[in-house]
Design a protein around this ligand. Sequence first.
Ligand SMILES: [Zn+2]
Ligand SMILES: [Zn+2]
Length: 360
Amino acid sequence: MVLRLPKSWSICSTRSTSCSSSRPPAPPGWRKATTGTTRASTAIDWIRFNCHLTDKAAGDLVAVGRNSGGLPESAQAMQAGEIGYSHLVVLARTAEAVGKAFDETKLLKLAREHTPGRFYFKCQHYRHSLDAKGYAQEQADLVENRHVSLSAAEDGCLLINGVLDPVGGAVVRAALEPLARKSDAEDERDLPKRYADVLVELAHGGKPANLQITASVDTVKALTGAAGGEMEFSLPVSSTTVQRMACDCSVMRVLLDQESVVVDVGRSKRVISGPARRALKARDGHCQWAGCDRPASRCDGHHLVHWINGGNTELSNLILLCHRHHWLVHEGGWQLVKTTDGQMMPIAPTVQFARSRGPD
Ligand SMILES: [Zn+2]
Ligand SMILES: [Zn+2]
């Protein structure tokens, strides 16, 4: 691809301010090249609009072009097929960052030996070796850019958007990755879904959460005509969700009668007490869903017969289930059946097909 920029148009990054004051006026008409209304303020913008590239791809082209004079051996190596264009981009970006200290011969040797991703990693070490203070300042700048925004969609879903610095991000990933592995061979969730489940699990599982759920007794019993339950930051929640959250008794619950008078607060007599919970953890050790080995510390205590239906808190009526499988039992409609050898066998919900309509 041959790219012709307007004559005398200086090339500068979208983040650079060094050439803004000496920028010549752009030739008439070129700004409208793509959308008719877009006004490019930098060369990267111009390339982006006219060549239909992403910001990064346009920035890479500019970086390579700007530093090509200092990369003669690298350009030759790319033409000879010894390195790829991605290597050349990393070399150009590194040359831009370290200035006169750039040692093309040394880095080209590394480029020939490593994949672009690994080579980028090596170049970061190289940059640190040349200017540790500058590298630290860059990292500090990235921390300043951190942000996470939480907003609620109309349907009540939580929208999460944000940026973490490399070290903070690595800490988060180190916590998420081990828990985001597939829980068993039949786990069909893709990675984004598993990340979502892990976030909720980390926020809620393994310890009493600071959650309070308010519902009527009718709601917990899932009686027809009952309103939904309520919890902070959420739209009304379904009775099956109320049942699950009240099942382990790890949430503070407030039950109301039909006149909205409080009839039950807290975890009271139905709580799985400390000794009972320890005994449950010792007996089960991990989630009791067949094939799932989520450890006890990340599990809820599930009542096989819910206390709202008269179930007790004896060990014989309790099993450990991880957050996902506890959800499947309550909201997902799965059933757990105890086999003769004491194992819990999950039974999938019955799929009901709509009856075909008869002739009118
Ligand atoms: Zn349960
Ligand atoms: Zn499980």
